[in-house]
Design a protein around this ligand. Sequence first.
Ligand SMILES: Nc1ncnc2c1ncn2[C@@H]1O[C@H](COP(=O)(O)OP(=O)(O)OP(=O)(O)O)[C@@H](O)[C@H]1O
Length: 298
Amino acid sequence: MSKVVEVSRLTKSYGNVTAIHEVTFSLEADKIYGLLGRNGAGKTTIMHILTAQLFATSGEMKVFGEEPYENNRVLSQICFIKESQKYPDNYRIIDVLKVAAMLFPNWDAGFANLLLEDFRLPLKRKVKKLSRGMLSAVGIVVGLASRAPLTIFDEPYLGLDAVARGLFYDRLIEDYALHPRTVLLSTHLIDEVSRILEHVMVIDNGKLIINEDAEVLRGRAFTVVGLSSAVEAFTEGRTVIDRESFGGLVSITVMGHLDARDKKEAQELGLEIAPVSLQQLIVHLTNGKADRKAVDAR
Ligand SMILES: Nc1ncnc2c1ncn2[C@@H]1O[C@H](COP(=O)(O)OP(=O)(O)OP(=O)(O)O)[C@@H](O)[C@H]1O
């Protein structure tokens, strides 16, 4: 599998603040990655370094096999959509798209027009007159229609309503199926994006504590639902990460794997076993001290 990004022991310090610490990972071609983590975890710092907008304090990085700094061969293959993208004051949406068409070699104007209709964006309106959600939608249109081999979205949906966010996920998945590329998506809306992520990276306090295939990660915990006494008995001695009750029923999420004997026992007790939500799992793994959780996550 060819590597689009290879990062080794990347560290970035701002004075005495270490934004990211010895982060090592790689991104493969044609995969959708989630870069998740709490506020201030270091996600934006990583994305700025990958896109050559920020120098690392130490560590090594190759993007498409080369150093990205002032390297147009590399940079022309990257589209980075930031949460707070700024445009010149006099730009209309149509001007943004014209510039994007010049910047991105794989730009698809027809696809951009379809997306404009989807998101109900008025082509001739000045960008500075757009609502917050419409501004985010412009970034999404550019990011998707760029078809850049490495497309990075940093919290792309400030102000976007649930319908528009759903549209973004749907269009991304559909277009990715036809035109595979590497997508790195940073977000706090873990449950919403979990269906589209193939690989999950979680940053906590500047350290990469999870770097795992999404399916493998989901297999690290499970939820048991049933009568309170039976669920309590079944989960006794396991690490509980979430507990909810409704009426006489209880739903408990625990870390660990289920073997055949566990499954048989659950069946006999009339319990239902469900996959864990990525959000529950990540909240649990990032709730405490990063170092201990990193060990737990392995
Ligand atoms: N220019 C800067 N000067 C000093 N500290 C900074 C600077 N930029 C970022 N930091 C610090 O580095 C850490 C990581 O910030 P970063 O913006 O990468 O986090 P994030 O995961 O993107 O957060 P959010 O989800 O809130 O956007 C934070 O502690 C932040 O305060």
